[in-house]
Design a protein around this ligand. Structure first.
Ligand code: AFP
Length: 304
């Protein structure tokens, strides 16, 4: 594995410890501000974002970062590594550090669950030279649950737990061809007829409902239980879905594919999609191959 990715993974593990301590505070208060996606911000959202931005930009191999909490990316200038804000998906080579790694991250995903003391997470996509699906070279997430855990994906999907003051590997996460869990996101009254048919067909086969409203614990659970389907479809109130490509969907698509699963938007592979803006979103279906085949059958049939 590229030593630069190992360095980033090590930084994420260190930040995970710091962020878990941050989350032990009882400050689930909201700020008056909103983030780039219009979501009201928790004080911990802003503090988690600052911790990660400072730590990641300190790494020489990182040429820029983009946070779900901010409208523009921060790139290091080639001349003196000073930072420049930009809404572009990359700077031209004369400006940015060539062949540097760019990190898109969601510092605290599932903020609305924090005041109910449910598990939340942080998500990272590591891109080579540009914020695009084709440039994604590694992905990771942190789960702040009963245990502190990280999942680090490059060639394989490594599951690690923090216990006794040190990180320990729990081995590789691997999906089987079919699972038993169904995690259907979005407001049901805004689902399409086809999506309702898909969700109900899984329950009719005995799938168990496992949905907390936190993308990280919900997708982590399906990986740990070796199969199932997570969906956040296009809805009448969110025709492009809710989840963001760079910070949330592409990293998990990378992880699910490396774990032997699939990740589509209903028709196409998520990692084949273009991205026009830093905060673009997309409908997404991530899971075992048999469940994804069922999604394709229903959604492709809708097109006919
Ligand atoms: P918050 O960060 O506002 O809690 O949203 C969490 C999230 O982005 C993602 O983690 C969930 O999968 C999804 O939203 C849940 O959305 P619904 O509540 O609409 O199902």
């Amino acid at each position: 594995m590229d030593s630069r990715i190992l360095e980033i993974f090590s930084c994420i593990k260190q930040c995970a410890i710091t962020l878990q301590e941050l989350l032990q505070c009882d400050d689930s208060g909201y700020l008056a501000s909103t983030n780039a996606s219009g979501d009201t911000q928790l004080a911990v959202d802003v503090r988690a974002d600052r911790i990660l931005e400072d730590a990641l930009l300190k790494l020489a191999c990182v040429g820029g970062v983009c946070s779900e909490e901010k409208s523009s990316a921060l790139y290091k200038q080639k001349v003196d590594s000073s930072l420049v804000e930009s809404t572009f998906l990359q700077l031209d080579s004369s400006q940015s550090l060539e062949s540097s790694l760019l990190i898109a991250y969601d510092p605290l995903d599932g903020s609305s669950l924090f005041d109910s003391n449910l598990s939340v997470g942080s998500i990272f996509g590591i891109y080579n030279g540009a914020f695009s699906a084709s440039a994604l070279v590694a992905a990771a997430y942190i789960v702040y649950g009963p245990r502190l855990e990280v999942v680090l994906a490059c060639e394989r999907v490594e599951h690690c737990v923090y216990s006794g003051g040190q990180w320990r590997s729990k081995g590789a996460l691997q999906l089987e061809s079919k699972g038993k869990l169904n995690a259907p996101g979005g407001t049901q009254k805004h689902w399409s007829k086809e999506h309702k048919e898909l969700v109900e067909s899984l329950f009719a086969k005995g799938y168990r409902l496992r949905y907390s409203g936190g993308m990280v614990p919900d997708l982590h659970q399906i990986l740990c239980k070796k199969g199932g389907l997570f969906s956040y479809p296009a809805t009448s109130d969110a025709p492009n879905g809710k989840l963001r490509k760079l910070f949330e969907v592409f990293p998990f698509a990378f992880i699910y594919e490396r774990a032997g699963g699939e990740a589509i938007n209903g028709r196409e592979r998520l990692l084949s999609l273009s991205c026009d803006g830093l905060h673009d979103s997309t409908p997404c279906f991530l899971g075992s191959t048999e469940e994804i085949a069922q999604v394709r059958a229903i959604y492709m049939n809708k097109e006919r």
